[in-house]
Design a protein around this ligand. Structure first.
Ligand SMILES: Cc1cc2nc3c(=O)[nH]c(=O)nc-3n(C[C@H](O)[C@H](O)[C@H](O)COP(=O)(O)OP(=O)(O)OC[C@H]3O[C@@H](n4cnc5c(N)ncnc54)[C@H](O)[C@@H]3O)c2cc1C
Length: 387
């Protein structure tokens, strides 16, 4: 079959890209290898603005829990930094249902969504990517396109087949349990735990989904995640003494920043496949949806005017806001990597909730760096790297 665009992967990035292209009247095929949407492990936390980016309303059926703020615990758990206020509200999604809502929008715009369809290969003709070979329920099929969108996440086949570089692409391994019968007070507050004993070069999280269950996970670098997650659970009997794990999963989160190249001829990468994740938080749902939208818009323009160079509008538009946030957050991550537990405790003493949000999300890093400059140890160890 011939399509204007083929989108590989029905995650946040792919579904947004497909919707944008289909809305402009072009034919789009979305190929998803899994039999269900949203099977990938995720802690499901987003800010309220994620729904604006998704262009759908925050229907209660798509949300497991409302988030009022966060506690960020330095190694000395006695002194959490509290992040609270109207700007910090968010949600713990029911991500499979959220993706169904995005899929519904993409399909109603005219996209053809095919599940259990795993792309194996990209076919080239005269040096240009022209088709994909995919396996659908045991059958090998082929679809051709003018534009290909690789929204196939970590380990992207499109990226590999089309020769996108991997320089700087760095994965942090994660492990997450869904636990029931937890005893979590203030369920609207998400909890983040940092420290080299707790989660070396990463963090642990406790996100209540409702009165019954929570996403409890960890990302660590250079060590296996599961023993650290088990230790974290054992060290928090107040939450988990009578709790049981009902689901476990994991996966890599690309925290090394965005790939240098996200467009190559008529092929575009967006979302996790190109490292479009906020490095410190590992948050990639909204950044991927934004990438999908912008990439889809550029693809539609390029299809409309038969001018592939218009695809370059995608990185240009994305980088204006998101690219710079990803870059700033990566700089902070690199600075945090050098800190020991005493330094992290010191940061816990100096920083307030606004500061932590600005640093982690790559927002106003300069402001926080100037604040740290006033402290002799923090000035040398952290602020100097950030300025
Ligand atoms: C443990 C964990 C916790 C996380 N928690 C959060 C969080 O709380 N908040 C947040 O914002 N982000 C979180 N993230 C990150 C977030 O899940 C991702 O950044 C986001 O889902 C990326 O969207 P995507 O569309 O790029 O890729 P994905 O969501 O990975 O979607 C890619 C899709 O492509 C499909 N696919 C892959 N290969 C092929 C193929 N060859 N053929 C066809 N289909 C294919 C996959 O099955 C998948 O459906 C977390 C990640 C992990 C691992």
């Amino acid at each position: 079959m011939d399509y204007d665009a083929v989108v590989v992967g029905a995650g946040p990035a792919g579904l947004m890209a497909a919707k944008r292209i289909a809305k402009k009247g072009f034919s789009v095929l979305i190929l998803e290898k899994d039999k269900d949407l949203g099977t990938r492990t995720c802690a499901e936390a987003v800010s309220t603005s994620a729904f604006k980016t998704a262009e759908i309303s925050p229907s209660p059926s798509l949300i497991s829990n409302n988030v009022d703020g966060a506690y960020v615990y330095p190694p000395d758990e006695g002194k959490a930094v509290k992040i609270y206020g109207a700007t910090y509200k968010g949600y713990i999604l029911n991500k499979p249902l959220f993706l169904c809502a995005l899929a519904s929008e993409a399909v109603s715009a005219g996209s053809d969504l095919q599940m259990r369809s795993e792309v194996k290969k990209v076919v080239r003709k005269s040096g240009e990517a022209r088709g994909v070979v995919y396996e659908q329920k045991g059958e090998t099929k082929e679809a051709s396109f003018k534009v290909l969108i690789g929204a196939d996440g970590v380990g992207s086949v499109v990226s590999r087949e089309c020769g996108f570089g991997t320089e700087g692409y760095e994965l942090i391994p994660t492990m997450q349990y869904v636990m029931v019968n937890c005893n979590i007070p203030e369920r609207g507050m998400i909890r983040i735990y940092m420290g080299n004993e707790v989660a070396p070069l990463g963090y642990a999280w406790v996100f209540a989904k409702n009165e019954y269950m929570a996403n409890v996970g960890i990302g660590v670098r250079g060590k296996p995640a599961k023993p650290y997650l088990d230790k974290f659970v054992a060290n928090h009997p107040d939450f988990f003494k009578n709790a049981k794990v009902v689901k476990e999963g994991g996966g890599g989160v690309p925290v090394g920043g965005q790939l240098k190249e996200v467009v190559k001829g008529n092929v575009v990468l967006c979302g996790d496949s190109s490292g479009q994740v906020i490095p410190i938080t590992g948050g990639g749902i909204r950044t991927s949806m934004a990438a999908g939208s912008i990439a889809g818009e550029a693809a539609a323009e390029s299809l409309g005017s038969k001018d592939l160079s218009l695809l370059e509008g995608y990185p240009a538009n994305y980088n204006r806001y998101w690219g710079s946030r990803i870059k700033q957050s990566l700089r902070v991550l690199r600075a945090l990597e050098r800190l020991n537990d005493d330094d992290l405790n010191l940061l816990g003493d100096i920083l307030n909730g606004d500061d932590v949000v600005d640093l982690a999300n790559g927002l106003d890093v300069k402001r926080v760096a100037f604040k740290l400059m006033r402290h002799p140890v923090a000035a040398v160890k952290i602020a100097s790297i950030l300025l």
